[in-house]
Ligand binder design. Structure first.
Ligand code: NAP
Ligand code: F7E
Length: 340
């Protein structure tokens, strides 16, 4: 049985990846941060499953700022594969907390890579790199050879982590690979990212519980894909004969305004009546347009995106409408008090 260690297991991608790895028969170990409230909602369905918890799914307290614990965990667990997904992942917030963002995303990656060396283990290592590294893009579409020009402390931190991964591969022969993933969304997407903010607002406005949604730059364009498919690409990247870096994207780009049009349109509403601009959501420097070229991933990994823009919006809006209906009908089951 293969053993995987995942940072960021409580996040959007961590939860889908954990499902995938468990379905493939892996033993999965996830690192979680201690918080004063529960924040394991995305993996509770797995953790509370008696067939998985304590048998094939294990959670360990740790933090990307704490190298001692990382070394200890690697020594104890000796994983075959590490999926390094943990990060301060919000671009707008990275302008407010740049030092923390750099410490967790950039130095945190070095901490894990050094922990691998100090523990004397040879796991395959996946780094969650980002299309934000392309930033002020020099070509459209962006591919593996496109130069980076990050536009935020988040983007800068991810460029550091990208090159750290390449450097440990070249210096120490580690199987270390970057997935350069473009935006990927789902009903489990954090509520302050723009797609989920819109899909939740649509559900609440339709139900008469919210009047407006306040957004920033409606002109920004993104290449939005479906998160479960992207976590499958992560796994494929670590199953290759040799480590390499891959762009994972849909090859399409759409604006935030188009997302609004489509999402409100699905419930028969005109977005222009409900969307207001709020300067607070603008960024000091913006990434205007992202569009990836996933042809290397298709050729080498056999990976192709299936869910495209309209279907993605539909999945997200329908999920938020249903979740709200269930909550209002009192159908949401009480959460068992069994989280770690
Ligand atoms: P997410 O939902 O924000 O999840 C981030 C995860 O990192 C959470 O589990 C979080 O734990 C954990 N984390 C944050 N700070 C930490 C710390 N100091 N120590 C340990 N863990 C920490 O992000 P996501 O969308 O799943 O993205 C996964 C990774 O892919 C991230 O590295 C992100 O930067 C990168 N990425 C995402 C996208 C995208 O479109 N989603 C695209 C490209 C790259 P808590 O639950 O405790 O907060
Ligand atoms: O913004 C605009 C905003 O925060 C998308 C992270 O997963 O993907 C994500 O980063 C666009 C930007 O995602 C609002 O200005 C307008 O142009 O959903 P977002 P992001 O910044 O692209 C990359 C690939 C990652 O790696 C990151 O970890 O939407 N926008 N109005 C808004 N954005 C937000 N959040 N909120 C608004 O009200």
């Amino acid at each position: 049985m293969k053993r995987a260690l995942t940072t960021g297991v409580t996040g959007q991608d961590g939860s889908y990846l954990t499902e995938l790895l468990l379905s493939k028969g892996y033993e999965v170990h996830g690192i979680i941060r201690r918080a004063s409230t529960f924040h394991t909602e995305r993996i509770d369905h797995l953790y509370q499953d008696p067939h998985l918890r304590g048998t094939r799914l294990f959670l360990h307290y740790g933090d990307l700022s704490d190298s001692v614990t990382l070394v200890k965990l690697l020594n104890e667990l000796k994983p075959d594969e590490i999926y390094h997904l943990g990060a301060q992942s919000h671009v707008r917030v990275s302008f407010d907390i740049p030092e923390y963002t750099a410490d967790i995303n950039a130095v945190g990656t070095i901490r894990i890579l050094e922990a691998i060396r100090q523990a004397g283990v040879r796991p395959r290592f996946y780094q969650a790199s980002s299309s934000e590294m392309f930033g002020k893009v020099v070509e459209i579409p962006q591919r593996e050879t496109t130069p980076f020009h990050p536009r935020s402390p988040y983007g800068v931190s991810k460029v550091f982590a990208f090159w750290a991964t390449v450097n440990y591969r070249e210096s120490y022969g580690l199987f270390a690979a970057n997935g350069v993933l473009f935006n990927h969304e789902s009903p489990r997407r954090g509520e302050t990212f723009v797609t989920r903010k819109i899909s939740r607002a649509v559900a609440h406005i339709k139900a008469g519980l919210q009047k407006k949604v306040y957004l920033g730059n409606l002109e920004a364009k993104r290449d939005w894909g479906y998160a479960p498919e992207y976590t499958e690409a992560m796994w494929l990247i670590l199953q290759q004969d040799s480590p390499d870096d891959y762009v994972i994207a849909t090859g399409e780009t759409h604006s935030v305004q188009e997302f609004c049009e489509e999402a409100f349109g699905l419930v028969g509403l005109d977005w222009r009546r409900y969307v207001e601009l709020d300067q607070r959501y603008l960024r000091p420097a913006e990434v205007d347009v992202l569009m990836g070229d996933p042809s290397k991933a298709k050729k080498r990994l056999g990976w192709e995106p299936k869910v495209k823009f309209k279907e993605l919006v539909k999945i997200m809006v329908e999920a938020d409408v249903k979740a709200l209906e269930d909550r209002l009908a009192g159908k949401v089951p009480a959460v068992e008090d069994e989280r770690p």
